[in-house]
Design a binder for this molecule. Structure first.
Ligand code: XMP
Length: 512
Protein backbone atom coordinates (compact mmCIF):
# COMPACT_ATOMS: atom_id res chain seq x y z
CA UNK A 1 0.00 0.00 0.00
CA UNK A 2 1.19 3.48 -0.87
CA UNK A 3 2.39 5.29 2.25
CA UNK A 4 0.72 8.65 2.62
CA UNK A 5 0.41 11.68 4.84
CA UNK A 6 -2.89 13.38 5.57
CA UNK A 7 -2.82 17.18 5.52
CA UNK A 8 -5.86 18.01 7.62
CA UNK A 9 -6.92 21.44 6.46
CA UNK A 10 -8.29 23.91 9.01
CA UNK A 11 -8.49 26.73 6.50
CA UNK A 12 -4.84 27.72 6.46
CA UNK A 13 -3.40 29.68 3.56
CA UNK A 14 -0.42 27.32 3.36
CA UNK A 15 -2.23 23.95 3.19
CA UNK A 16 -1.29 23.29 -0.42
CA UNK A 17 2.26 24.35 0.27
CA UNK A 18 2.48 21.87 3.16
CA UNK A 19 1.24 19.06 0.91
CA UNK A 20 3.84 19.98 -1.70
CA UNK A 21 6.65 20.17 0.83
CA UNK A 22 5.80 16.62 1.90
CA UNK A 23 5.79 15.41 -1.68
CA UNK A 24 9.11 17.09 -2.34
CA UNK A 25 10.47 14.58 0.17
CA UNK A 26 9.05 11.80 -1.99
CA UNK A 27 6.19 11.05 0.36
CA UNK A 28 2.66 11.11 -1.04
CA UNK A 29 0.31 13.54 0.71
CA UNK A 30 -3.32 14.45 0.34
CA UNK A 31 -5.32 17.38 1.64
CA UNK A 32 -8.69 16.85 3.26
CA UNK A 33 -10.85 19.48 4.88
CA UNK A 34 -11.28 18.94 8.61
CA UNK A 35 -15.07 18.56 8.27
CA UNK A 36 -14.97 16.12 5.36
CA UNK A 37 -13.22 13.20 7.05
CA UNK A 38 -13.75 11.22 10.26
CA UNK A 39 -11.32 9.51 12.62
CA UNK A 40 -12.60 6.14 11.42
CA UNK A 41 -11.85 7.05 7.81
CA UNK A 42 -8.41 8.24 8.83
CA UNK A 43 -7.70 4.94 10.58
CA UNK A 44 -9.07 2.89 7.68
CA UNK A 45 -6.93 4.78 5.21
CA UNK A 46 -3.86 3.82 7.27
CA UNK A 47 -2.11 7.17 6.97
CA UNK A 48 1.51 7.15 8.06
CA UNK A 49 1.08 10.57 9.67
CA UNK A 50 -1.19 13.59 9.92
CA UNK A 51 -0.37 17.29 9.69
CA UNK A 52 -2.82 19.78 11.16
CA UNK A 53 -2.56 22.96 9.10
CA UNK A 54 -2.81 26.54 10.25
CA UNK A 55 -6.07 28.45 10.10
CA UNK A 56 -7.37 31.97 10.58
CA UNK A 57 -9.31 31.36 13.80
CA UNK A 58 -8.79 31.24 17.52
CA UNK A 59 -9.46 27.83 19.13
CA UNK A 60 -11.89 29.19 21.73
CA UNK A 61 -14.21 30.84 19.20
CA UNK A 62 -17.50 29.00 18.84
CA UNK A 63 -17.25 28.82 15.09
CA UNK A 64 -13.59 27.84 14.91
CA UNK A 65 -12.80 24.51 13.25
CA UNK A 66 -12.31 21.63 15.66
CA UNK A 67 -11.71 17.92 15.26
CA UNK A 68 -12.53 14.75 17.16
CA UNK A 69 -9.82 14.46 19.80
CA UNK A 70 -9.76 10.66 19.39
CA UNK A 71 -7.45 11.37 16.47
CA UNK A 72 -4.65 12.01 18.96
CA UNK A 73 -4.94 8.49 20.36
CA UNK A 74 -5.28 6.43 17.22
CA UNK A 75 -1.60 5.62 17.01
CA UNK A 76 -0.91 7.80 13.97
CA UNK A 77 1.75 10.50 14.50
CA UNK A 78 0.50 14.09 14.27
CA UNK A 79 2.32 17.34 13.56
CA UNK A 80 0.36 20.50 14.36
CA UNK A 81 1.38 23.72 12.64
CA UNK A 82 0.37 27.20 13.92
CA UNK A 83 -3.41 26.99 14.51
CA UNK A 84 -2.92 23.22 14.24
CA UNK A 85 -0.44 23.39 17.13
CA UNK A 86 -2.84 25.40 19.28
CA UNK A 87 -5.67 23.05 18.40
CA UNK A 88 -3.56 20.06 19.45
CA UNK A 89 -2.80 21.76 22.77
CA UNK A 90 -6.48 22.59 23.29
CA UNK A 91 -7.67 19.08 22.34
CA UNK A 92 -5.16 17.44 24.68
CA UNK A 93 -6.07 19.64 27.65
CA UNK A 94 -3.51 22.43 27.45
CA UNK A 95 -4.18 26.16 27.54
CA UNK A 96 -4.18 28.59 24.63
CA UNK A 97 -4.30 32.31 25.15
CA UNK A 98 -4.61 35.42 23.10
CA UNK A 99 -2.33 38.31 23.92
CA UNK A 100 -1.48 41.12 21.56
CA UNK A 101 1.93 41.55 23.19
CA UNK A 102 2.88 37.96 22.38
CA UNK A 103 1.97 38.17 18.72
CA UNK A 104 4.78 37.64 16.24
CA UNK A 105 4.98 38.18 12.53
CA UNK A 106 7.86 37.37 10.23
CA UNK A 107 11.39 36.11 10.75
CA UNK A 108 11.93 35.21 14.37
CA UNK A 109 14.81 33.67 16.28
CA UNK A 110 13.98 30.15 17.43
CA UNK A 111 15.64 28.43 20.37
CA UNK A 112 15.23 24.68 20.04
CA UNK A 113 16.07 21.92 22.48
CA UNK A 114 16.64 18.28 21.72
CA UNK A 115 13.70 16.59 20.10
CA UNK A 116 13.21 14.12 17.27
CA UNK A 117 11.65 16.96 15.33
CA UNK A 118 14.79 19.07 15.71
CA UNK A 119 17.42 16.47 14.82
CA UNK A 120 20.22 18.27 12.94
CA UNK A 121 18.61 21.64 13.67
CA UNK A 122 20.94 24.04 15.54
CA UNK A 123 19.94 25.34 18.95
CA UNK A 124 19.43 28.79 17.42
CA UNK A 125 17.92 29.34 13.99
CA UNK A 126 15.41 31.51 12.17
CA UNK A 127 11.76 30.55 11.80
CA UNK A 128 8.71 32.22 10.27
CA UNK A 129 6.00 33.22 12.73
CA UNK A 130 2.51 34.55 12.13
CA UNK A 131 0.25 34.39 15.18
CA UNK A 132 -1.48 36.24 18.00
CA UNK A 133 -2.67 33.29 20.11
CA UNK A 134 -0.08 31.08 21.77
CA UNK A 135 0.13 27.94 23.86
CA UNK A 136 0.31 29.13 27.44
CA UNK A 137 0.56 25.75 29.11
CA UNK A 138 1.22 22.44 27.40
CA UNK A 139 -1.04 19.43 28.03
CA UNK A 140 -0.02 16.50 30.26
CA UNK A 141 2.53 14.28 28.61
CA UNK A 142 3.95 17.13 26.51
CA UNK A 143 7.09 19.14 27.02
CA UNK A 144 8.17 22.41 25.47
CA UNK A 145 10.86 21.79 22.85
CA UNK A 146 11.41 25.31 21.50
CA UNK A 147 10.69 28.91 22.39
CA UNK A 148 11.24 32.38 20.99
CA UNK A 149 11.71 35.65 22.83
CA UNK A 150 7.97 36.29 22.93
CA UNK A 151 6.51 32.84 22.59
CA UNK A 152 7.04 30.41 25.47
CA UNK A 153 5.87 27.41 23.44
CA UNK A 154 7.23 27.67 19.90
CA UNK A 155 7.20 23.85 19.81
CA UNK A 156 6.00 21.02 22.03
CA UNK A 157 6.17 17.25 21.87
CA UNK A 158 4.72 14.12 23.39
CA UNK A 159 7.10 11.52 21.97
CA UNK A 160 5.20 8.63 23.56
CA UNK A 161 2.05 9.37 21.57
CA UNK A 162 4.14 10.75 18.69
CA UNK A 163 2.43 14.12 18.86
CA UNK A 164 4.43 17.16 17.78
CA UNK A 165 3.51 20.78 17.32
CA UNK A 166 5.20 23.93 16.08
CA UNK A 167 3.86 27.45 16.41
CA UNK A 168 5.94 28.61 13.45
CA UNK A 169 5.63 27.63 9.79
CA UNK A 170 8.22 25.03 8.73
CA UNK A 171 6.68 24.92 5.23
CA UNK A 172 7.66 28.47 4.22
CA UNK A 173 11.15 28.97 2.95
CA UNK A 174 11.97 31.70 5.47
CA UNK A 175 12.15 29.01 8.15
CA UNK A 176 15.81 28.11 7.80
CA UNK A 177 15.51 24.46 8.81
CA UNK A 178 11.87 23.99 7.76
CA UNK A 179 12.65 21.28 5.24
CA UNK A 180 14.73 19.44 7.82
CA UNK A 181 11.93 19.66 10.38
CA UNK A 182 9.36 18.28 7.95
CA UNK A 183 11.78 15.52 6.93
CA UNK A 184 12.33 14.64 10.60
CA UNK A 185 8.61 14.30 11.08
CA UNK A 186 8.19 12.17 7.96
CA UNK A 187 11.15 9.87 8.37
CA UNK A 188 12.10 9.82 12.05
CA UNK A 189 8.61 10.10 13.53
CA UNK A 190 6.31 8.54 10.92
CA UNK A 191 8.85 6.08 9.55
CA UNK A 192 8.15 6.95 5.92
CA UNK A 193 10.50 5.60 3.28
CA UNK A 194 10.40 8.22 0.49
CA UNK A 195 8.76 5.89 -1.99
CA UNK A 196 6.74 8.46 -3.98
CA UNK A 197 8.72 8.91 -7.18
CA UNK A 198 7.56 10.05 -10.56
CA UNK A 199 9.25 7.16 -12.38
CA UNK A 200 7.27 4.78 -10.21
CA UNK A 201 4.14 6.83 -10.74
CA UNK A 202 4.45 6.48 -14.50
CA UNK A 203 5.12 2.76 -14.31
CA UNK A 204 2.25 2.04 -11.90
CA UNK A 205 -0.21 4.25 -13.79
CA UNK A 206 0.64 2.72 -17.14
CA UNK A 207 0.16 -0.76 -15.72
CA UNK A 208 -3.07 0.21 -13.99
CA UNK A 209 -4.68 1.83 -17.05
CA UNK A 210 -3.48 -0.95 -19.34
CA UNK A 211 -5.48 -3.40 -17.24
CA UNK A 212 -8.45 -1.18 -16.41
CA UNK A 213 -9.03 0.15 -19.90
CA UNK A 214 -8.29 -3.03 -21.82
CA UNK A 215 -10.30 -3.17 -25.04
CA UNK A 216 -12.00 0.20 -24.37
CA UNK A 217 -11.89 3.22 -26.58
CA UNK A 218 -10.89 6.40 -24.77
CA UNK A 219 -11.46 9.89 -26.11
CA UNK A 220 -9.46 12.87 -25.07
CA UNK A 221 -9.45 16.55 -25.97
CA UNK A 222 -5.83 17.54 -26.42
CA UNK A 223 -5.17 21.26 -26.19
CA UNK A 224 -1.39 21.15 -26.27
CA UNK A 225 -1.25 22.55 -22.73
CA UNK A 226 0.99 20.84 -20.18
CA UNK A 227 -1.75 18.92 -18.40
CA UNK A 228 -3.59 17.46 -21.36
CA UNK A 229 -0.30 16.71 -23.13
CA UNK A 230 1.10 14.76 -20.22
CA UNK A 231 -2.19 12.93 -19.65
CA UNK A 232 -2.32 11.99 -23.35
CA UNK A 233 1.28 10.77 -23.39
CA UNK A 234 0.67 8.67 -20.28
CA UNK A 235 -2.53 7.10 -21.53
CA UNK A 236 -1.03 6.63 -24.99
CA UNK A 237 1.74 4.62 -23.39
CA UNK A 238 -0.84 2.52 -21.56
CA UNK A 239 -3.42 1.80 -24.23
CA UNK A 240 -1.82 2.79 -27.53
CA UNK A 241 -4.21 3.39 -30.37
CA UNK A 242 -7.30 2.84 -28.26
CA UNK A 243 -6.69 6.40 -27.12
CA UNK A 244 -8.09 8.85 -29.62
CA UNK A 245 -6.96 12.43 -29.12
CA UNK A 246 -8.94 15.19 -30.73
CA UNK A 247 -7.02 18.40 -31.17
CA UNK A 248 -9.30 21.24 -32.16
CA UNK A 249 -7.20 23.96 -33.74
CA UNK A 250 -9.38 27.02 -33.35
CA UNK A 251 -6.94 29.15 -35.30
CA UNK A 252 -6.01 31.19 -32.26
CA UNK A 253 -2.84 29.32 -31.38
CA UNK A 254 0.59 30.93 -31.37
CA UNK A 255 2.99 30.76 -34.30
CA UNK A 256 3.58 27.15 -35.45
CA UNK A 257 1.93 25.84 -32.32
CA UNK A 258 -0.70 23.71 -34.04
CA UNK A 259 1.91 21.96 -36.19
CA UNK A 260 4.17 21.46 -33.22
CA UNK A 261 1.43 19.76 -31.19
CA UNK A 262 0.42 17.60 -34.13
CA UNK A 263 4.01 16.60 -34.91
CA UNK A 264 4.89 15.81 -31.33
CA UNK A 265 1.96 13.55 -30.69
CA UNK A 266 1.39 12.04 -34.10
CA UNK A 267 4.93 11.58 -35.31
CA UNK A 268 7.11 11.39 -32.19
CA UNK A 269 4.63 9.63 -29.94
CA UNK A 270 2.65 7.74 -32.56
CA UNK A 271 -0.63 8.72 -30.94
CA UNK A 272 -3.93 8.37 -32.65
CA UNK A 273 -4.52 12.10 -33.15
CA UNK A 274 -7.22 13.84 -35.08
CA UNK A 275 -6.51 17.47 -35.81
CA UNK A 276 -9.55 19.51 -36.67
CA UNK A 277 -8.70 22.71 -38.45
CA UNK A 278 -11.57 24.92 -37.49
CA UNK A 279 -10.12 28.39 -37.88
CA UNK A 280 -12.73 29.65 -40.33
CA UNK A 281 -15.56 28.28 -38.29
CA UNK A 282 -14.37 30.01 -35.10
CA UNK A 283 -13.57 33.27 -36.84
CA UNK A 284 -17.01 33.22 -38.43
CA UNK A 285 -18.63 32.95 -35.01
CA UNK A 286 -16.43 35.73 -33.64
CA UNK A 287 -17.18 38.16 -36.43
CA UNK A 288 -18.17 41.54 -35.04
CA UNK A 289 -17.81 40.40 -31.42
CA UNK A 290 -15.74 42.71 -29.21
CA UNK A 291 -16.83 41.95 -25.65
CA UNK A 292 -14.21 39.72 -23.92
CA UNK A 293 -16.59 37.48 -21.98
CA UNK A 294 -18.74 36.97 -25.05
CA UNK A 295 -15.65 35.91 -27.00
CA UNK A 296 -14.77 33.37 -24.33
CA UNK A 297 -18.29 31.97 -24.26
CA UNK A 298 -18.50 31.66 -28.03
CA UNK A 299 -15.17 29.84 -28.19
CA UNK A 300 -16.04 27.50 -25.31
CA UNK A 301 -19.39 26.62 -26.86
CA UNK A 302 -18.05 26.16 -30.35
CA UNK A 303 -15.26 23.99 -29.00
CA UNK A 304 -17.79 21.59 -27.53
CA UNK A 305 -19.75 21.51 -30.80
CA UNK A 306 -16.67 20.62 -32.85
CA UNK A 307 -15.57 18.06 -30.29
CA UNK A 308 -19.01 16.45 -30.22
CA UNK A 309 -19.15 16.25 -33.98
CA UNK A 310 -15.78 14.51 -34.07
CA UNK A 311 -16.80 12.15 -31.27
CA UNK A 312 -19.94 11.22 -33.19
CA UNK A 313 -17.91 10.43 -36.28
CA UNK A 314 -15.80 8.04 -34.23
CA UNK A 315 -18.77 6.02 -33.07
CA UNK A 316 -19.26 4.92 -29.50
CA UNK A 317 -16.47 5.80 -27.08
CA UNK A 318 -17.11 4.72 -23.52
CA UNK A 319 -14.54 6.75 -21.72
CA UNK A 320 -13.47 10.38 -21.65
CA UNK A 321 -9.99 11.28 -20.43
CA UNK A 322 -9.14 14.66 -18.93
CA UNK A 323 -5.96 16.38 -17.78
CA UNK A 324 -7.40 17.47 -14.42
CA UNK A 325 -4.65 18.02 -11.83
CA UNK A 326 -4.72 18.06 -8.01
CA UNK A 327 -5.19 21.81 -7.50
CA UNK A 328 -8.31 21.61 -9.72
CA UNK A 329 -9.63 18.82 -7.51
CA UNK A 330 -8.90 20.76 -4.31
CA UNK A 331 -10.39 23.96 -5.70
CA UNK A 332 -13.58 22.23 -6.76
CA UNK A 333 -13.96 21.57 -3.01
CA UNK A 334 -15.05 17.99 -3.41
CA UNK A 335 -11.70 16.42 -2.73
CA UNK A 336 -12.25 13.25 -4.68
CA UNK A 337 -10.81 12.42 -8.02
CA UNK A 338 -14.15 11.68 -9.65
CA UNK A 339 -14.96 15.38 -9.63
CA UNK A 340 -15.34 16.73 -13.10
CA UNK A 341 -13.42 19.87 -13.76
CA UNK A 342 -15.97 22.60 -14.18
CA UNK A 343 -13.53 25.30 -15.21
CA UNK A 344 -11.85 23.18 -17.81
CA UNK A 345 -10.16 25.08 -20.59
CA UNK A 346 -12.51 23.72 -23.16
CA UNK A 347 -15.69 24.48 -21.32
CA UNK A 348 -16.87 21.45 -19.37
CA UNK A 349 -17.19 18.79 -22.04
CA UNK A 350 -18.64 15.99 -19.92
CA UNK A 351 -21.82 17.81 -18.99
CA UNK A 352 -23.01 17.66 -22.56
CA UNK A 353 -21.82 14.21 -23.47
CA UNK A 354 -22.65 10.73 -22.50
CA UNK A 355 -19.74 8.71 -21.17
CA UNK A 356 -19.64 5.69 -18.91
CA UNK A 357 -16.63 6.94 -17.13
CA UNK A 358 -14.15 9.79 -16.88
CA UNK A 359 -10.49 9.03 -16.42
CA UNK A 360 -8.18 11.64 -14.90
CA UNK A 361 -4.70 10.14 -14.62
CA UNK A 362 -3.11 13.28 -13.15
CA UNK A 363 -5.77 14.10 -10.57
CA UNK A 364 -3.36 13.39 -7.69
CA UNK A 365 -0.50 15.51 -8.97
CA UNK A 366 0.66 19.07 -8.47
CA UNK A 367 1.89 21.01 -11.49
CA UNK A 368 5.58 20.45 -10.80
CA UNK A 369 4.91 16.72 -10.51
CA UNK A 370 2.97 16.76 -13.79
CA UNK A 371 6.05 18.30 -15.39
CA UNK A 372 8.28 15.60 -13.91
CA UNK A 373 5.95 12.94 -15.31
CA UNK A 374 6.13 14.67 -18.69
CA UNK A 375 9.92 14.52 -18.55
CA UNK A 376 9.87 10.83 -17.55
CA UNK A 377 7.60 10.18 -20.53
CA UNK A 378 10.03 11.96 -22.83
CA UNK A 379 7.92 14.96 -23.81
CA UNK A 380 9.95 17.87 -25.20
CA UNK A 381 10.84 20.73 -22.83
CA UNK A 382 8.89 23.13 -24.98
CA UNK A 383 5.73 21.31 -23.96
CA UNK A 384 6.67 20.38 -20.43
CA UNK A 385 7.80 23.87 -19.41
CA UNK A 386 5.25 25.67 -21.50
CA UNK A 387 3.89 28.94 -20.20
CA UNK A 388 0.22 29.01 -19.31
CA UNK A 389 -1.89 29.79 -22.34
CA UNK A 390 -5.57 30.71 -22.08
CA UNK A 391 -8.09 28.28 -23.51
CA UNK A 392 -9.56 30.94 -25.83
CA UNK A 393 -6.01 31.50 -27.08
CA UNK A 394 -5.03 34.65 -28.88
CA UNK A 395 -8.67 35.72 -29.05
CA UNK A 396 -8.20 37.32 -25.64
CA UNK A 397 -4.96 38.92 -26.79
CA UNK A 398 -6.53 40.61 -29.78
CA UNK A 399 -8.42 43.51 -28.28
CA UNK A 400 -11.72 44.21 -29.97
CA UNK A 401 -12.86 42.18 -32.97
CA UNK A 402 -10.73 39.13 -33.80
CA UNK A 403 -9.71 38.93 -37.45
CA UNK A 404 -7.30 36.69 -39.31
CA UNK A 405 -5.19 39.66 -40.27
CA UNK A 406 -4.77 40.80 -36.66
CA UNK A 407 -4.10 37.25 -35.50
CA UNK A 408 -1.37 36.77 -38.08
CA UNK A 409 0.33 40.02 -37.11
CA UNK A 410 0.07 39.15 -33.43
CA UNK A 411 1.54 35.67 -34.01
CA UNK A 412 4.59 37.22 -35.64
CA UNK A 413 5.03 39.92 -32.99
CA UNK A 414 4.61 37.37 -30.21
CA UNK A 415 7.16 35.01 -31.73
CA UNK A 416 9.72 37.84 -32.03
CA UNK A 417 9.16 38.98 -28.45
CA UNK A 418 9.45 35.43 -27.07
CA UNK A 419 12.59 34.81 -29.11
CA UNK A 420 14.33 37.98 -27.93
CA UNK A 421 13.25 37.45 -24.31
CA UNK A 422 14.61 33.92 -24.33
CA UNK A 423 17.80 34.96 -26.08
CA UNK A 424 18.70 38.09 -24.11
CA UNK A 425 17.26 37.75 -20.61
CA UNK A 426 19.60 36.38 -17.93
CA UNK A 427 18.09 33.23 -16.32
CA UNK A 428 17.45 34.91 -12.94
CA UNK A 429 15.41 37.67 -14.59
CA UNK A 430 13.28 35.40 -16.79
CA UNK A 431 9.58 36.17 -16.53
CA UNK A 432 7.09 33.38 -15.79
CA UNK A 433 4.84 34.45 -18.62
CA UNK A 434 5.50 36.76 -21.55
CA UNK A 435 3.54 37.53 -24.66
CA UNK A 436 2.39 40.20 -27.08
CA UNK A 437 -1.04 41.79 -27.28
CA UNK A 438 -2.65 43.29 -30.36
CA UNK A 439 -4.33 46.45 -29.10
CA UNK A 440 -7.17 48.09 -31.00
CA UNK A 441 -5.33 51.41 -31.00
CA UNK A 442 -4.16 52.85 -34.29
CA UNK A 443 -1.19 55.12 -34.38
CA UNK A 444 0.79 57.19 -36.86
CA UNK A 445 4.34 56.24 -37.76
CA UNK A 446 6.94 56.84 -40.39
CA UNK A 447 8.70 54.17 -42.41
CA UNK A 448 11.23 55.17 -45.02
CA UNK A 449 9.85 58.50 -46.15
CA UNK A 450 6.24 57.53 -45.90
CA UNK A 451 3.68 58.21 -43.25
CA UNK A 452 1.99 55.03 -42.08
CA UNK A 453 -1.01 54.42 -39.92
CA UNK A 454 -1.31 51.09 -38.16
CA UNK A 455 -1.93 49.16 -34.95
CA UNK A 456 -0.05 49.39 -31.65
CA UNK A 457 1.34 46.19 -30.17
CA UNK A 458 1.79 45.85 -26.40
CA UNK A 459 4.30 43.56 -24.74
CA UNK A 460 3.55 41.95 -21.40
CA UNK A 461 5.85 40.02 -19.08
CA UNK A 462 5.15 39.02 -15.48
CA UNK A 463 6.75 37.23 -12.58
CA UNK A 464 4.49 35.27 -10.33
CA UNK A 465 4.29 32.20 -8.11
CA UNK A 466 0.66 31.33 -8.55
CA UNK A 467 -0.78 33.73 -11.17
CA UNK A 468 -3.22 35.06 -8.55
CA UNK A 469 -0.93 38.03 -8.10
CA UNK A 470 1.88 39.00 -10.44
CA UNK A 471 4.53 41.66 -10.79
CA UNK A 472 5.45 43.19 -14.11
CA UNK A 473 8.91 42.05 -15.08
CA UNK A 474 11.73 44.57 -15.22
CA UNK A 475 13.04 43.15 -18.48
CA UNK A 476 16.50 44.37 -19.50
CA UNK A 477 16.22 47.28 -21.92
CA UNK A 478 18.17 45.32 -24.57
CA UNK A 479 15.30 42.83 -24.74
CA UNK A 480 12.71 45.53 -25.18
CA UNK A 481 14.85 47.39 -27.68
CA UNK A 482 15.53 44.31 -29.78
CA UNK A 483 11.90 43.23 -29.69
CA UNK A 484 10.60 46.68 -30.56
CA UNK A 485 13.09 47.13 -33.39
CA UNK A 486 12.30 43.79 -34.94
CA UNK A 487 8.54 43.99 -34.52
CA UNK A 488 8.25 47.38 -36.23
CA UNK A 489 10.94 46.46 -38.77
CA UNK A 490 9.82 42.98 -39.75
CA UNK A 491 6.05 43.11 -39.47
CA UNK A 492 4.54 45.50 -41.91
CA UNK A 493 1.68 47.57 -40.59
CA UNK A 494 2.72 47.76 -36.94
CA UNK A 495 3.68 51.31 -36.09
CA UNK A 496 4.39 51.28 -32.40
CA UNK A 497 5.35 48.97 -29.53
CA UNK A 498 4.56 49.68 -25.88
CA UNK A 499 5.49 47.78 -22.70
CA UNK A 500 2.87 47.05 -20.05
CA UNK A 501 4.15 48.11 -16.61
CA UNK A 502 1.11 47.13 -14.55
CA UNK A 503 1.15 44.48 -11.86
CA UNK A 504 -1.76 42.23 -10.85
CA UNK A 505 -3.70 43.56 -9.06
CA UNK A 506 -4.90 46.04 -10.23
CA UNK A 507 -4.51 44.66 -13.78
CA UNK A 508 -4.93 41.03 -14.74
CA UNK A 509 -2.20 39.15 -16.57
CA UNK A 510 -4.19 38.91 -19.78
CA UNK A 511 -5.61 42.08 -21.26
CA UNK A 512 -9.07 40.60 -21.65
P1 XMP B 1 -5.47 36.63 -15.51
O1 XMP B 1 -5.62 37.30 -16.82
O2 XMP B 1 -6.77 36.16 -14.93
O3 XMP B 1 -4.63 35.32 -15.82
O4 XMP B 1 -4.67 37.41 -14.52
C1 XMP B 1 -4.06 34.48 -14.86
C2 XMP B 1 -3.48 33.29 -15.57
O5 XMP B 1 -4.52 32.50 -16.16
C3 XMP B 1 -4.35 32.43 -17.57
N1 XMP B 1 -5.68 32.54 -18.17
C4 XMP B 1 -6.43 31.51 -18.59
N2 XMP B 1 -6.18 30.20 -18.61
N3 XMP B 1 -8.29 29.78 -19.62
C5 XMP B 1 -7.12 29.34 -19.10
O6 XMP B 1 -6.89 28.14 -19.12
C6 XMP B 1 -8.62 31.10 -19.65
O7 XMP B 1 -9.67 31.49 -20.10
C7 XMP B 1 -7.63 32.01 -19.10
N4 XMP B 1 -7.60 33.34 -18.93
C8 XMP B 1 -6.39 33.65 -18.36
C9 XMP B 1 -3.45 33.57 -17.94
O8 XMP B 1 -2.73 33.32 -19.13
C10 XMP B 1 -2.57 33.68 -16.73
O9 XMP B 1 -1.52 32.74 -16.78
Amino acid sequence: MQEKILVLDFGGQYSKLIARRVREQNVYSEIRQYNKITVKEIKDAAYSGIIFTGGPCSVYEETSPHFDKAVLDCGIPVLGICYGAQLMAYMAGGKVESAANSSEYGRTKLFATESTLFESVPAESICWMSHTDYIKSVPDGFSVTAHTEKCPTAAMADPVRKLYAVQFHPEVMHTEYGTRIIANFLFSVCGCTASWKMDDFVETSVKKYREELKGKKVLMALSGGVDSSVAAALLGKAIGENLVCVFVDHGMMRKNEGNFVENTFKNSFGLNLIRVNAEERFLGKLKGVTEPEEKRKIIGKEFIRVFEEEAKKLGKTEILAQGTIYPDVIESGKGDSATIKSHHNVGGLPSVMDFERIVEPLAELFKDEVRKVGKVLGLPDRLVYRQPFPGPGLAVRVIGEVTKEKLDMLREADAVFCEETEKLTPPDLMPDQYFAVMTDLMSVGVKGDARIYGPVVALRAVNTDDFMTAEWTKLPSEVLEAASGRITGEISGITRVVYDITSKPPATVEWE
